[in-house]
Design a protein. Structure first.
Length: 90
């Protein structure tokens, strides 16, 4: 069973959105689909808007489609796209 590492860019709908709320919901949803070692980083985009970059590991068998589906369905999220996808060895 292989493990993959994801970096997903989560864009909120507006600068006024509570990013901590999005992180909390994302952590819950990703945990349900088997993600582990989850970490978040905020990066400024423009005009006060910040993107959330979620980094985590997951069994490869789950696939990448489920990740985008779950994160795009979160409240106050404009889009969620996979920025990096790597197979982990070891």
């Amino acid at each position: 069973m292989a493990t993959v590492i994801f970096i997903v860019k989560i864009m909120p709908e507006s600068p006024e959105v509570n990013l901590e709320g999005i992180k909390s919901e994302a952590k819950s949803k990703l945990g349900l689909i088997g993600a582990s070692n989850l970490s978040f980083e905020e990066k400024p985009i423009a005009f006060g808007l910040k993107a959330i970059f979620a980094k985590f590991m997951m069994p490869e068998e789950k696939g990448s489609d489920i990740v985008e589906q779950e994160l795009n369905a979160l409240k106050n999220v404009s889009s969620a796209t996979i920025e990096d996808y790597r197979r982990a060895f070891g």
